[in-house]
Ligand binder design. Sequence first.
Ligand code: AHG
Ligand code: MN
Ligand code: MN
Length: 335
Amino acid sequence: MHKVTTLNQFIIEKQGEYPGATGEFSSLLHHIGIAAKKVHREVNKAGLAEILGRVGVVNAQGEEQQKLDVFADHIFLDELRASGQCCGMATEENSGIIVFNEGWCRDGKYVICMDPLDGSSNIDVNVSVGTIFSIYKRISPMGHDLALDDFLQRGCDQIAAGYIVYGSSTMLVYSTGNGVNGFTLDTSIGEFCLSHPDIQMPDDGKLYSVNEGNYANFPTGVKQYIKYCQEIDPPTDRPYTTRYIGSLVADFHRNMLRGGLFLYPPTAAHPRGKLRLNYECNPIAFLAEQSGGAATDGAIDILSIKPQTIHERVPIYVGSRNMVAKLMEFLETEN
Ligand code: AHG
Ligand code: MN
Ligand code: MN
């Protein structure tokens, strides 16, 4: 029979490759896997909301049903607090940082930035959503209060990043800076199983992913690149194909496996771009680079930006390296 490697087995084997590893980081990943399964369970029930009780409606116990993004936020906060390895989190759902002050986690080595539920507008229509996470070592000394600066580290300082995509199947994809591996949830045994070892994003792609409804306000270089994608030139496989789900995780996941470019340029509504640097762009950029792709804000690599605030936004162009390079040619001639 085919040997199946579960996420936990994989974590243990990897830990064995680092002499001196204490298992703390492995434990953290293990807890992310548990939270992912809990959110998976809830996402899969979302279509039954009418039957089980609507969001915003008070249930039989007198409790209001939570929105799925708030639910996911609580699940991950509780699970990572319980891990004892994480001393604080910054998430999309909370304006400030959350410090874990309990005795068992106060001295955890790690801080996490997270988008607990990405693509939330897609929940009600049964389209893929995700969770995105970014892990850093705390920089403030142990025994001292956690500081905002612990969460404002450059993306290149991430020690791990990943996402869960709740799609036609649920997958957990992560990197610790040594390639990217993907695990698919086998619901019959309740385990994530290694299904996509050492993912390599193709250097070239034929997909481009952008909300073209915002076209009128895109920078000129982006407009020119989109026209380039649409030109008929069979030797270079153009025109390319547009694919846009509206869930960053799902759009990026497809493009990483197939080859493609995801664009979220500045728009009228979001002059600095819509997506958040710390818990959307940085982890996705880390995975892109780890799988052989690239990510830029149009001027510099996403991973080299120094964050100033937890929730800041940046334009992002991420995907197959040759597609990013081609886009940069247009942006550079324009500027
Ligand atoms: P979130 O649900 O966490 O707020 O994120 C939604 C994001 C991202 O997933 C997606 O790429 C983008 O918003 C889509 O934005 P548009 O609807 O403006 O295209
Ligand atoms: Mn999001
Ligand atoms: Mn979100």
